[in-house]
Design a protein around this ligand. Structure first.
Ligand SMILES: [Zn+2]
Length: 389
């Protein structure tokens, strides 16, 4: 094992109940995610006991910073009852195909949500906080949406706001961070920036550049064409990132790091590699506002990601980045075993199976995509927030 000691202060919030199969058996999220990423990190020996904190369940009063008391109590009742009643299903979108009922129905999402508040506490206390089980950016105050039950991302931002900090939220999940955008649309102390798939994907017809291009809105959307690759994504990202940092001057950053933006994802349609994903995260890390000792004031959550093997590798690389470690590209034998134990046949023949990164051989630039990205950048530059002097 080489360089497995941290060079940056970071805390990983994990939990024992993530080993349960949440979301039942027939859902894109009924795959090992945080548990597999944790196994791979541990296989590398890349986490000390001091860096790990066990996730705690969010208290009702914390959930109610954003969610309605009716939603929270209906949710708890469903867990106690062992099923979702029809009126609750209709009003709160719980127990549907999209947001199915499962064992520990309230406990598991409430724990993933408490973990984002904990991760925000870590940031307040001078460390980077990483909650891979978080990033449930579609949840609404009174309803579940798009596989998201509680909006831990909103609660994490609210915890940082309690410090009086201005918070910049950057969402690189393949899907539009609509629940977070909506929550803070009229709060001038929170800026929400989302790069995502255009109208061809969930939540459809949302997240256009023009949607929030109204004076006073601290929000910006970057809808990307299908198959956008690393270089094209970088062009769009660079057109917004530094200008927003310069204008908004945040005190802290919240990064939603969904891995469905990587090309192999079964629900994502972008053309990014794991290295492209990590390179964007690295820029965010390196430009984040810092504590006096130079530790970035950065809260990182997980998010979407429906290819377990790609997700585990990407979040292992992300954790290495956050904690300041350099990991060998060749996976340790126990890490390979952990990946092989997942019943997943999509890339058994992948030539890079035994490595931390998966490569992409067909990632040349497409003129059509370049033109669309160019037009997108022109539209971004016309956004009233960036234009205002
Ligand atoms: Zn997503």
């Amino acid at each position: 094992m080489q360089n497995n000691q941290p060079t940056r202060k970071a805390t990983y919030i994990g939990g024992s109940n993530y080993r349960r199969n949440a979301y039942g058996t027939n859902h894109p999220l009924s795959i090992p995610r945080v548990s597999l990423a944790t196994d791979l990190i541990l296989a590398y020996g890349a986490m000390t006991d001091a860096e790990f904190k066990l996730a705690r369940k969010a208290a009702d009063y914390e959930l109610e910073w954003f969610h309605t008391p009716e939603y929270v109590s209906a949710f708890k009742r469903a867990e106690a009852l062992g099923r979702v009643s029809n009126p609750v299903r209709q009003r709160h979108h719980l127990g549907t195909l999209e947001n199915p009922y499962f064992e520990q129905f309230f406990t598991i999402p409430a724990t993933a949500t408490g973990a984002s508040v904990q991760a925000a506490d870590e940031v307040v206390n001078g460390r980077i906080g990483f909650n891979p089980a978080g990033g449930m950016h579609h949840a609404r105050p009174d309803a579940a949406h798009g596989f998201c039950y509680f909006n831990d991302t909103v609660l994490g931002i609210m915890r940082l706001r309690q410090q009086g900090w201005r918070v910049l939220y950057i969402d690189i999940d393949a899907h539009h961070g609509d629940g977070v955008e909506e929550a803070f649309l009229d709060d001038p102390e929170v800026f929400t920036l989302s790069l995502h798939m255009d109208n061809y994907a969930y939540p459809f017809k949302a997240g256009q550049v023009s949607d929030t291009a109204r004076a006073g809105h601290t929000s910006l959307n970057v809808p990307l064409p299908k198959a956008t690759n690393d270089a094209e994504y970088r062009l769009a990202f660079d057109a917004v990132w530094q200008p927003v940092l310069d204008k908004f001057k945040p005190d802290a950053i919240v990064l939603q790091a969904g891995t469905d933006m990587i090309f192999a994802d079964p629900l994502g349609k972008l053309g990014m590699t794991t290295q492209g994903f990590l390179s964007i995260a690295e820029t965010i890390l390196n430009t984040s506002p810092c504590h006096a000792d130079g530790t970035p004031r950065l809260l990182v959550t997980g998010g979407g990601g429906y290819h377990p093997l790609v997700l585990a590798r990407a979040w292992t690389g992300l954790w290495a980045l956050l904690s300041g470690r350099e990991l060998p590209v060749d996976l340790p034998a126990t890490g390979i075993d952990a990946l092989r134990s997942v019943p997943w046949d999509m890339d058994e023949d992948e030539p890079h199976f035994a490595q931390l990164f998966i490569s992409r051989l067909d990632a040349e630039s497409d003129t059509h995509i370049r033109t669309e990205i160019h037009d997108l950048i022109l539209a971004i530059q016309q956004h009233p927030y960036l234009k205002a002097s």
